[in-house]
Design a protein around this ligand. Structure first.
Ligand SMILES: C[S@@+](CC[C@H](N)C(=O)[O-])C[C@H]1O[C@@H](n2cnc3c(N)ncnc32)[C@H](O)[C@@H]1O
Length: 229
C-alpha cells in the first residue's frame, strides 16, 4: 500500500491524514479529535473502565497515535493502568508526525514528551511510556493477528470497507473475537449492516449506538460469556 498521504485539517480544527487516491482519511472530516473521543473513549474506554482499573487495549491501526495519546490522557485522569498494543503495517514518518497538531488542539503542551515517545519507541517491544501506560507497537498486518483471550477492549479503526473490504469480514472479526477476553468489547465507527452481521456470525453481541458528528450510528460488539448468534 504505497499511497500518497497529505495532512488535512478537519472541522474541529484537528489534523488528520488524507489519502487522495482512495478519497479516505485516518479520521472523520467532521473532526478527528471529536470522533476519536466519541467512538473510542466514550463508547469503549468508559464502559470497560467502569469496574476495571487495569485494562489491556488492542488498536487496529495505530496510524497517527491520536487514539493512543487521548487514551493515555484519559487513563491518567481516571487513574487507570493501561497495556496498549497498537498494530500498524504502514507507520507514518517522523515528518508527518511533526505536522500533526494534536498537542495544540488538546492543549497538552506538558504532555508533548509522551506523544513524542509513542512515536519514537522501537517497534515489537514493550515500553513504559509512563508508569501506568505500557505501549507495544507491532508492525504487522491485521490479517496475521493471533492473540487469544488477551484484551479487554479493541479499537477497530481500519480504513473503510469501500477501500479495504477484506478487513471487515468474518475472518477478521473472528480474530478479534478470539483476541478479546470474556466480556471484552470492540468499538468501531462503522455502522454497516454487513459488518454487524459478520460480527454476529462469529459470536459477538452487537449494539447500534449513536455515532459521532456526521454519522448517525456506530457499532459496539461484546464478547458475551454465552456467544449470541
Ligand atoms: C483509519 S487509519 C487508523 C487511524 C489511527 N487509529 C489514528 O488514530 O491515527 C487505518 C490504519 O490502518 C493501517 N492499515 C491499513 N491496512 C492495514 C493492514 N492490512 N494491516 C495493518 N495495518 C493496516 C493504515 O496504515 C492506517 O494507519
Amino acid at each position: 500500500m504505497i499511497l500518497k498521504r497529505e495532512i488535512l485539517i478537519t472541522s474541529d480544527g484537528s489534523t488528520t491524514i488524507h489519502l487522495p487516491d482512495w478519497d479516505e482519511q485516518y479520521h472523520s472530516k467532521h473532526g478527528a479529535i471529536q470522533e476519536a473521543y466519541h467512538v473510542f473513549l466514550r463508547a469503549g474506554f468508559d464502559q470497560v473502565t467502569e469496574n476495571n482499573k487495569s485494562i489491556s487495549i488492542l488498536e487496529i491501526g495505530f496510524g497517527t497515535g491520536l487514539n493512543a495519546f487521548i487514551t493515555f490522557l484519559e487513563a491518567r485522569e481516571k487513574a487507570v493502568k493501561i497495556k496498549y498494543v497498537g498494530v500498524e503495517a504502514y507507520p507514518i514518518s517522523s515528518e508527518e508526525v511533526m505536522k500533526l497538531n494534536y498537542i495544540e488542539e488538546l492543549k497538552a503542551a506538558k504532555e508533548q514528551r509522551y506523544f513524542d515517545a509513542m512515536h519514537t519507541i522501537s517497534w515489537e517491544q514493550k515500553h513504559l511510556v509512563s508508569e501506568d501506560f505500557q505501549l507495544t507497537k507491532r508492525k504487522q498486518f491485521f490479517e496475521n493477528i493471533t492473540d487469544k483471550n488477551t484484551f479487554d477492549l479493541i479499537y477497530f479503526d481500519a480504513f473503510g470497507a469501500k477501500n479495504q473490504p477484506e478487513l471487515w469480514t468474518e475472518a477478521i472479526f473472528l480474530r478479534m473475537f478470539e483476541a478479546l477476553k470474556e466480556n471484552g468489547i470492540l468499538v468501531t465507527y462503522s455502522a454497516k449492516g454487513s459488518v454487524r452481521r459478520a460480527m454476529q456470525t462469529v459470536g459477538f453481541s452487537v449494539e447500534r449506538i449513536p455515532g459521532p458528528p456526521g454519522k448517525r450510528e456506530m457499532l459496539r460488539a461484546t464478547k458475551k460469556k454465552e456467544p449470541v448468534k
